[in-house]
Design a protein around this ligand. Structure first.
Ligand code: FE2
Length: 475
């Protein structure tokens, strides 16, 4: 079945390398080019949109049903499987045998149900995938229920309520501190409180929750933690309220407003948050943050011009809004003076979807592994870029013409000596023959290209976020 939307337009995010797949496969006998390192043991997991039914109304890339593609590496052998996330909405549409929801480009008021904030869009859990205390959580960018999946079978185990202590939703990119076992998240919505910040403790229950004041409804996508603090964002890109009253979803970037970064103690009260101002921008993804002297250092992929100029059709505007154009960028928030300094780490290369050694989340990290965003009308990741904070050196690797990758998490080798001692793992899809493979690169020198390639039985559509779960973390 070819999945399209009702508009009849050639939506590039439903075609070619983005086209959804309809089969859920389990494959153990995979052809390998090169040799899978025996000290690479764990699971590579990637989430992304994969519409099951033709969409009601127009399709936006963010609308597809969440599907996880996973490759489990064990003693030099790789196994692949892919499964949809069985969300409540997915089950309802499966029972009906057709799409029941419209997406973000249509008026959602007639949709069956939405998230707990009353936003009637389909919580598809399609955005990120995070591992916390033995649980694999799939998340949604507009804030929804994190859905738990088994990291090996990819069976959906249900909406995660943190032992019935979760009273709202969770955004796409919670942060996990492996050393403390805590998970940090926020929830935002169109009505006050515009931002809520919470902490799940190591026992798996919500131990901290505060409502935070913002000047209005915002669209924060990511956050950062350091050893003692959490950093939240108030960026001047938000929903146009006039358009919203007319039932339309339209974004506005207000250049007259600063970007604001709220630094709050990890378990702080609302009145303990300190706001640091910086130049207007939008940020999808944080690389990492840490404390250094009396400062907080935060590296991000910064979008200087988040709102494209010009008109065009609704579809054309969607495509230009979606196109990532970001640069590696560093903020320093001085906790003594309350001032911010900001500078480019790399003002040239358009890179996004950053990965670090997750064991260092919130601690000083030396390396970042980003995807290189191709100059093209849609989002295509044509290679990897590695940044070294200490020397300022940069390495790049290109997949070659017509080949596009995914987010490439760092996978420490067994008994890894620390940062950079391991591999990067990514799906690579070729748009000429519709084939996909997993590539394994030596993180310490990505310029050499893959040490092994595992050929997959079906195309992996281009998607969103990925993670690596080490074998010692598996239940
Ligand atoms: Fe994201």
């Amino acid at each position: 079945m070819k999945v399209l939307d009702e508009s009849g337009e050639d939506n590039p995010y439903l075609l070619g390398v983005y086209a959804p797949v309809q089969e859920e496969l389990t494959a153990d006998q995979l052809e390998v080019v090169g040799e899978i390192p025996r000290d690479l043991n764990g699971v590579y997991l990637r989430n992304g949109p994969n519409a099951r039914f033709p969409m009601r109304g127009r399709y936006h890339w963010f609308d597809g049903d969440g599907m996880v593609h996973a490759v489990h590496f064990e003693n030099g052998v790789a196994r692949y499987r892919n499964r949809w996330v069985r969300t409540r909405a997915f089950e309802a549409e499966s029972a009906a045998g057709r799409a029941l929801w419209t997406g973000v480009m249509e008026n959602p008021t007639a949709n069956p149900f939405g998230n707990t904030r009353g936003l009637n869009l389909k919580d598809s859990a399609n955005t990120d995938i995070v591992f916390h205390q033995g649980r694999l959580l799939t998340t949604w960018y507009l804030c929804g229920s994190p859905y738990t999946m088994d990291p090996l079978s990819l069976e959906t185990l249900g909406a995660q309520t943190f032992l019935d202590t979760l009273t709202g939703d969770v955004m796409a990119h919670p942060k996990v501190d492996e050393r403390t076992g805590e998970l940090f998240w926020f929830d935002y919505g169109p009505k006050p409180p515009f931002l809520r910040y919470g902490v799940v403790g190591p026992q798996g229950t919500v131990e901290h929750l505060v409502d935070l004041d913002l000047p209005g409804a915002r669209l924060p996508h990511d956050m950062a933690i350091t050893e003692n603090h959490t950093i939240l964002m108030d960026l001047p890109l938000f929903q146009d309220l006039d358009a919203a009253r007319r039932g339309r979803y339209k974004l506005t970037f207000d250049r007259s407003l600063p970007s604001r970064f709220g630094v709050i103690p990890r378990r702080g009260r609302a009145d303990q948050i300190r706001w640091f101002e910086a130049k207007p921008c939008y940020i999808y993804h944080v690389v990492n943050a840490w404390e250094e002297g009396g400062e907080i250092v935060m590296d991000v992929c910064r979008v200087a011009r988040p709102a494209p100029s010009g008109g065009g059709s609704v579809l054309a505007r969607m495509i230009s809004y979606l196109k990532l154009d970001a640069r590696m960028y560093r903020y320093r928030f001085d906790l003594t003076t309350g001032t911010t300094s900001e500078e480019y780490v790399d003002g040239d290369h358009n890179t996004e979807f950053p990965s670090i050694d997750l064991r260092l989340t919130g601690r000083k990290s030396r390396y970042a592994y980003n995807v290189s965003v191709k100059q093209a009308p849609t989002n295509l990741f044509d290679g990897l870029v590695k940044y070294d904070n200490l020397t300022g050196a940069k390495q790049t690797y290109h997949y070659g013409e017509h080949r596009y990758g995914s987010e490439a998490p760092f996978a420490p080798r067994d008994n890894s000596s620390g940062e950079d001692d391991g591999y990067l793992v990514t799906f690579v899809t070729d748009d000429r023959d519709d084939r996909s493979e997993v590539q394994i690169l030596d993180a310490s020198d990505i310029t050499k290209g893959p040490v092994a390639r595992v050929l997959l039985p079906q195309r992996v559509p281009l998607g969103f976020h990925a993670t690596w779960v080490r074998s010692d973390q598996l239940p």
